[in-house]
Design a protein around this ligand. Sequence first.
Ligand SMILES: O=C(O)c1cc(=O)[nH]c(=O)n1[C@@H]1O[C@H](COP(=O)(O)O)[C@@H](O)[C@H]1O
Length: 261
Amino acid sequence: MGFDFVSEVAARPPLVLGVDPRPAWHPGPDPLAHLEGYATRLMEALAADLAAVKFQYAFFEALGGSGWALLERLVATARVLGLPVVHDAKRGDIGTTAAAYARATLERWPGSALTVNPYLGGDALEPFFAAAARGGGAVFVLVKTSNPGSADFQDLDAGGRPLYLRVAERVAAWAEAWPAEPWSRVGAVVGGTHPEALEALRPVLPASLFLVPGLGAQGASPLPGAGLLWSASRSLFYPDGRPDLEAARRQAAAYLRDLAG
Ligand SMILES: O=C(O)c1cc(=O)[nH]c(=O)n1[C@@H]1O[C@H](COP(=O)(O)O)[C@@H](O)[C@H]1O
């Protein structure tokens, strides 16, 4: 097999660059062109410092056709730079539609990863796992999200344990069913804003990579740990609220110092 997401990210520093573009924050007569140049130079500058680049689909979709085209070009640029890609699209639907979502992401870009929503259950996720296994990719299942409202459903009592721990138990079974080296193809999304959940979930999910968003703008602090991929979007892509290559470089170095323990 060619490029393998799991073995590649495991061998890289534990920091994920989140690309959630805001064209209004870019100067000049053509903000999208500025954004593309900035994102390209930033990925080049940070290539050796990153586990992966995570593209948040909604920010591109909101820009219409030019946003989709930009997403395609930036994913291709990341891959030319050798950077693993996470499609942050949080997909989930009945199996036939899930298979189409998988074709649009994991199959179009072998060796990449996708975030998925487990609310529809196991049969709705199988097409993603199968596509990831065929293409050397990975799937990150939402387990405990970073936002305050994650408590509304994810913390509900489900037979003496919060629902998110029940979800994690199913994720552990899927992780065992879809092995890879040195981690499973099935990972979990756990918000860095919930350090207690991170700690509680590691023994439940011993084989899974954790994608850990919330660093910086949402107030999470970096904590070192095996298999934790800490992700920052605004605070790394737009340090100080604007595109700034040098400030982003400094911020990445600071995060990596903290993550080294
Ligand atoms: O799956 C995600 O990436 C994700 C899960 C989660 O629980 N919380 C969360 O913030 N995210 C994403 O992580 C990014 C966080 O952005 P910043 O707060 O700007 O770093 C956004 O792209 C969110 O969509």
